[in-house]
Design a protein around this ligand. Structure first.
Ligand code: PGA
Length: 245
């Protein structure tokens, strides 16, 4: 694993954008795996800025998002499709038919999951997957204790994730309890991965995920077995790993 400790949140986003931009430049038809949450916003801001400066062209780029809540309409500002349009897709020249977020409103989520997985395969697989990490070690909505070998599937959110995400909703009861998510296996099949973390609230999980045992109770720990992972943290999130790298 490679580690980058950036001085602050914006520098973390710039470091991540440099890696994503290099991929977009060297492979103009690359397939990006994208994430939502508060963590990657600085990355997306930087990619938009590079696009506006004329330095990046997304016209042949494809993307697949990690996950989506079940049951939130796309017009709901907490849905992940809304987030992605708001923070990235509406500000760059990616084609509408080329970006994908799982459909959490499908009447058959099992079929939707299979179809999503097939679309990723048909696109040639993910060249670079962006990840955040939950305070409980989840990646996507792969919560602790789920099996490592799953592909895209419907899942329930744990109490800890509902608690962590309620800040985005009016009240806790509004947080959806289910989601559709790429599985750990889907994520591990990506050719390269960058995982970002910011703030002191993530310092413990960053240490246990990347320097602790590889166990399904810490889903992100499996990334230690991937051949091309870059961990990008800010000073606070990197506080407990700095003497190990
Ligand atoms: P956050 O979420 O970026 O909002 O901290 C990370 C995650 O749950 O994956």
């Amino acid at each position: 694993m490679n580690f980058i400790i950036a001085k602050d949140y914006d520098a973390m986003g710039r470091a991540a954008a440099t890696i994503v931009a290099a991929k977009v430049l060297t492979k103009p038809n690359a397939v990006l795996g994208l994430a939502t949450g508060s963590t990657p916003i600085s990355l997306y801001k930087e990619l938009v800025a590079l696009y506006k400066k004329g330095e990046l062209d997304f016209s042949n780029i494809k993307s697949f998002n990690l996950d989506e809540y079940v049951g939130l309409p796309p017009t709901n500002d907490q849905s992940y499709i809304y987030f992605m349009k708001d923070n990235l897709f509406d500000h760059i020249n990616i084609k509408k038919e080329n970006y994908h977020v799982p459909n959490g409103n499908s009447s058959n989520l099992e079929d939707e999951a299979k179809h999503y997985e097939k679309m990723i395969k048909d696109a040639g697989g993910i060249d670079i997957q962006v990840l955040g990490i939950g305070p409980n070690g989840h990646i996507g909505f792969n919560e602790p204790d789920t099996k490592f070998e799953k592909v895209t599937h419907e899942t329930g959110l744990t109490e800890s994730t509902i608690e962590a995400n309620k800040r985005f909703f009016n009240k806790k009861e509004d947080v959806p309890t289910k989601a559709i998510t790429m599985g750990i296996k889907t994520i591990m099949m990506a050719k390269s991965i960058i995982i970002l973390a910011t703030g002191k609230g993530k310092a413990d999980i960053v240490k246990s995920a990347f320097f602790g045992d590889i166990v399904p109770s810490v889903p992100a720990s499996i990334l230690q077995l991937h051949h091309n992972v870059t961990v990008i943290v800010d000073t606070e999130a990197g506080e407990k790993i700095k003497k190990h790298i």
